[in-house]
Design a protein around this ligand. Structure first.
Ligand code: NI
Length: 173
């Protein structure tokens, strides 16, 4: 187990644009394993590499969210690209491990198709619906520094900022 600390809003590193994965090597494999341990401990549906401080175009999705079984490994997506979003939309509360305890309603495509590379660099495409599609879109946002707080209006934004300040102060003591 190698659980890494998860960056929390307003850590400026969460706003970094992530760079493509170019080395499909043991370091990448280890990072994906660490991300898995970190995501499982925090009970998240997905985790982007930038959330553990690695500014790479890489994220993972919980296997059950990705339509597999709990015994399967998480879905790993390197250099992902959303190639199709359904016109049909879904509205639902969304959380993020970088905003613990905060859920906001976010409109997303009901279905999404993503092209990505696996840990060996092999290109694949995957299509998700419902929560899976939501997770793909949420994690993909992280790669360009787009966060949950960007999806709400100014009043809610202030509330979230205040909550996170309190949360981070409580964490620091
Ligand atoms: Ni997130």
């Amino acid at each position: 187990m190698a659980v890494r600390p998860i960056l929390r809003f307003p850590d400026p590193r969460l706003r970094q644009a992530c760079t493509p994965v170019t080395a499909f090597d043991d370091n990448l494999r280890q990072l994906a394993l660490d991300m898995k341990d970190t995501m499982y401990l925090a009970e998240g549906a997905g985790l982007a590499a930038i959330q553990v401080g690695e500014a790479l175009r890489l994220f993972i999705i919980d296997p059950e969210v990705a339509g597999r079984t709990a015994e399967d490994p998480p879905l790993v997506l390197a250099n992902p690209e959303i190639v199709w979003l359904s016109e049909e939309e879904q509205m639902g509360d969304e959380g993020c491990l970088s905003f613990p305890g905060i859920f906001v309603p976010v409109k997303r495509g009901q279905r999404a198709r993503v092209r990505a590379q696996d840990l060996d660099g092999k290109v694949f495409e995957i299509e998700g619906e419902g929560l899976f599609a939501r997770a793909l879109q949420h994690e993909n946002d992280h790669l360009s520094g787009r966060l949950l707080i960007d999806m709400v209006g100014p009043v809610k934004r202030q509330i979230i900022k205040r909550k996170m300040r309190k949360e981070n102060e409580a964490e620091a003591t």
